[in-house]
Design a protein around this ligand. Sequence first.
Ligand code: ME8
Length: 667
Amino acid sequence: MPRFYITTAIDYVNSRPHLGTAYEKIAADVIARYKRLAGFDTHFVMGNDEHSQNVFKKARENDEDPLAYCDRMAREFLDVWQRLDLSFDDFIRTTEPRHKAGVQELVRRMTAAGDIYEGHYEGWYCVSCEAFKQEKDLVDGLCPIHRTKPDWIREKNYFFRLSNYTQPLLEHFQAQPEFVVPDVRRNEILRLLEGGLDDISVSRAGQAWGIPMPEDPSSVIYVWVDALINYATAVGFGTDTLLFEQWWPADLHVIGKDITRFHCVIWPAMLMSAGLPVPRAVFGHGWVHFRGEKMSKSLGTAIEPLDAVQRFGPDPLRLYLVKEIAFGSDGDFTWERFEERYNVDLANNLGNLVSRVATMAEKYREGRLAPAGEPGRLAEIATSALAEYRQQMDRFALEGGAAAAFRIVDAANEYIASTEPWAIARDASRGAELSQVLFDVAEAVRIAAVMLLPMIPGSAREILRRVGDGTPPDRITLDGAVWRNAGERVLIKGAALWPRVETNQKLRSPSVKENVPTPPTAPWAPPVASPSTSEAVTPLSPPATTDNGAPPPAASPVDSRITIDDFMKVDLRVAKVLAAEKVPNSRKLVKLSIDVGTEQRTLVAGIAEAYEPEQLVGRTIVMVFNLKPAKLMGIESNGMVLAASPDGGKPTLVGFNADVPAGTRVR
Ligand code: ME8
């Protein structure tokens, strides 16, 4: 059986995972699940990067022992990853003994090769990147990624003769053109190599948090050198030779485009120095943006992935990220777009299709479908979509894989519309034709569901169950997804897989944290533990089909109304702006001092693109008074300003056409 070893970047634990970091893990999970489906013995590793200075600082700020802090964060990360249904086989933490042993062994080998020497470093260091920066890397003196001023440091460091590896790396890039994907990243790295490489620091002095240099315990190994080695220590380097031989070299490292230089230059050079094979490929994916900026905790633009999971379960979010963002490019996340795609792809197209075929199977064939002749045109469409899917997924074009599966879904919906099974059913002489049409639709749904298993694993398994595929989940293979015009299927009707959500324009917070309305969760799915949505949820949508599977009449209005008591929980107040200033390094955020009648407060609002600070001073605004405080760009915001952004454009503040005193309640 061919093997496939896949890893993700290991995360800094100074803050919880956000939708951007989750995106990477979901994409890697889709690849890992695809490889398993395609018959590879797959090993999928994720982990946490715990020796960064920010982690140490954060633990100290919390008055916590750094290791105890990392233990607590590891539980939080694992909880999020499990709720996103990630199928990792191992999770490595850089404070584990197996990792420390392997890191020291690798550095020892680099030293034995004559590639480590002692020197002094003087220059910039960005703690958030954990990277030594050159003047030319900075924009207006700031780190372009974190928009903070790096530290100027001068210390004794051990250096790695990276310059010796310019030529071997160039040769490697020639010999293995697929080493860095997509091409845009490969070209970036090639340009860098062609300019020649400088030696780099591989240790830090005067720090206690880290893995000691083997020959000089007064220095710790530079956190990036420590972190990169996780890919080898997770499969036994330095502790379990057999395991290491079984899995190394890695087939694919999935990482963000900001850290390709570490993975495509420093990491392979370290391995070459230690006499080890280099990984087969590195995929540098793009960034998830929120309102045009990289989603990031330090920039205050992070979205909590569990908000989406609590509303819909993990699958709609997984599908959105994989299908809507071309893997390798940047993409945006907005709740509006997410809800729109949820309604179109899941509620209307796939969910409706599954419900229609099961309804018609029950009504016309007591749930039992078997072929009664030759398959119709759906068979050809599904067969070519499956081939296209393989091609796309093999080159990690995950969005293309998802689109191929949805081509079958669309074709099956069109097939129902054009063949009109309910009309065939009225003619007793066309019984065989009806059996075949229904069987074809069920078979198309089965094939699409197998193809969607990597993207929406829980839902795809449920669909397979409903269309009568009894294969145990671990025995389902891509080879089994070929069209089969044979056998009897027992279809099962169930609750709506994805009840529609109402996506009417609501007042959305102009601050970074968006409102997250209470969800319909898929009623068939295992309940998602959530303090805010623990009560039973009734589907909000009308049934997707009529009793005979025909399209429903015009949808009745969806009832998402709340009671007056619900509304009164939100304490809206009038406030006056006393002072306003732009938040440094942010295009969108403005810091307001406001008078709310009984007190003065600080509030951060995302309205800087629409209002100059001077226009805001003296203005009357409406704010949510009883919102929990949130930190945005390091500033604690106490409340949220109300504004409307027509068509997602610039926000306009809610106001009055008469003078209303500060502190007045709005209801
Ligand atoms: O870089 N969109 O950790 P990290 C997409 N510890 N990907 C994003 C993203 C976004 N908005 N924000 C972050 C580190 N990422 C190091 C890695 S590996 C040996 C050490 C990605 O927690 C980012 O590009 O800052 C990286 O691949 C991963 O999340 C972890 O980021």
